[in-house]
Design a protein around this ligand. Structure first.
Ligand code: ATR
Length: 273
């Protein structure tokens, strides 16, 4: 049997086992996907003990995406650019680090909206790990006018320098609001709006009516940001699809099958508490 994991610290209640075990069953594979708590100091030990027999592959969640990347020498180019990995597989009997987060974001966005790399500005809110993958995926998709806002501007500057992306920095809330007036797409890449967190503080009324608002948060599915977007008549794209599509790409890496992300799976994940 092929054994797979998602590792994190704490691992909490990850949705990944439900998603992958659903597809494993659907495609009749002899495999199992479980979650595993690995403390930061145990990462190197965990990795050195792996064989294709005891682990066919694994996903990485917070806070290990960079630490695992640092421990694996064979890397997909995109993972190299991002300096982070969320999916590990075997290639020629060696561990191989990939990153499917940006794919997940873009695929979901294209499915739930008619976004294509338009000429209008794209605003990315946040400068953490998720922002990295999303900014890179927007650039790869051909977005021409990229803007980034972060509470800590220096972190946004570092992100652009690391990725070597020529995006514009919005230095404060006033610049952010002014930029919204011409924006085609606004993306929240932070955890603001998640259950138990404060809401993202922004006024979307200035955004053009053709604007799209996207949130990576999916608990709740409809964040305060997305509620506001709907009230303004804007297209809103929730965060669940990013999770499902990054998982689909990982599944393809491990099993050679790109599974369909459908409503049945969305309901399965949404009903899991
Ligand atoms: P992840 O890897 O999930 O992206 P992260 O690297 O810790 O997580 O990044 C979190 C992001 O959320 C950052 O952009 C952070 O802003 P700072 O760089 O200023 O810390 C942002 N963030 C978290 N809490 C916030 C808050 N209360 N207000 C505004 N931004 C916040």
């Amino acid at each position: 049997m092929q054994q797979l994991y998602v590792i994190g610290w704490p691992i909490g209640h990850s949705k990944s086992p439900i998603i992958h075990n659903h597809w494993i069953k659907k495609y009749g594979l002899d495999a199992n996907y479980a979650q595993k708590a690995i403390a930061p100091q145990d990462i190197a030990k965990f990795i050195s003990g792996l064989t294709p027999q005891n682990c066919w592959g694994f996903n990485i969640t917070i806070p290990h995406k960079q630490a695992v990347f640092a421990n694996i020498n064979n890397r997909q180019n995109l993972a190299k650019i991002l300096g982070a990995t969320n999916t590990i597989s075997w290639q020629d009997n060696q561990l191989y680090a990939s990153n499917t987060d940006g794919y997940g974001f873009n695929t979901n966005l294209s499915e739930l909206s008619d976004w294509s790399a338009v000429d209008q500005p794209v605003i990315i809110y946040g400068a953490g790990g998720a922002a990295r993958a999303i900014l890179q995926s927007m650039q790869d998709a051909g977005a021409k006018h990229l803007y980034i806002y972060n509470r800590t501007t220096a972190r946004a500057e570092k992100l652009l320098a690391d990725l070597k992306i020529e995006a514009n920095i919005l230095n404060n809330k006033a610049e952010l609001q002014a930029c919204l007036a011409t924006a085609g797409l606004f993306i929240n890449t932070t955890s603001l709006g998640m259950n138990g967190e404060t809401e993202l503080d922004i006024d979307l009324s200035a955004m053009p009516k053709t604007g799209i608002v996207s949130d990576i948060v999916y608990t709740p599915l409809q964040t305060g940001l997305l509620k506001q977007a709907e009230l303004q008549g804007l297209v809103s794209v929730d965060g669940l699809g990013m999770l499902l599509h990054q998982a689909a790409k990982a599944f393809e890496i491990w099993f050679g099958i790109l599974p369909k992300v459908d409503q049945q799976l969305r309901d399965l994940v949404l009903n899991d508490s």
